[in-house]
Design a protein. Sequence first.
Length: 245
Amino acid sequence: MPDIRVLSDADAVVEAAARELEAAARELEALPSDAPFHLALAGGSTPEVLYRRLAKVPSAWNRLHVWFGDERCVAPDHPDSNFGMATRAWIGALPAERVHRMQGELAPEMAARAYEDELRAAFGDVVWPRFDVVLLGVGEDGHTASLFPGTAATHERARWVAANHVPKLDTWRITLTFPVLNAAQRIWILAVGPRKAEILRDVLGDVRDPARWPVQAVQPTIGELVWWLDEAAAPGLDHAEPRTP
Ligand code: 6PG
């Protein structure tokens, strides 16, 4: 069951999510094992503010391995690159061997296969990799990561990573697939601002239609799902009491 947290504004969302992420990383560091902390990043405007905030506590990230939930098919120094954005905001300060980028400059299918190989090398012989935290956003059309309505990768149930053609953007994206997202320990969806109000009303309402709104296919198999929202994005959702639909 998702946990819906509605905070006063975008800054409050960033601050609360940052604190909880730091706490999760420190909790893992306190364990006697040397298990890595696997985090998958999202693209988009709210995550960028979060990454700048996370850059302020470098001591929490000794076990961190950074991955990406999706990437645009551009070179890493292109303004649209999720890796480029995250590098400028935060992860440029981390050791390069703990940052795992999708190679958006390659042919999409090749980039997807290369990323799946890199994930398999890190996670070993498992059915699905289990990220400690997957950060996601939601688009106004109900997409999440680069799983857009009506696109082939929304149906992928075997591969870990897919090259996804997105006709409405006339472009390709590289994306983790739903079984990978759903295997995570924690899935956090961040959405702030009034532009998200309509889609949130739809996807958090009573109608279930993941073909129309792919973000509804985010259903953790054993982990937790948290929606981090601000009041502008969630009018009508109770501010004081986090709600579970
Ligand atoms: C991307 C994303 C994408 C994003 C949503 C929301 O690379 O574009 O990972 O799924 O999270 O489109 O983006 P905003 O928060 O900027 O609206």
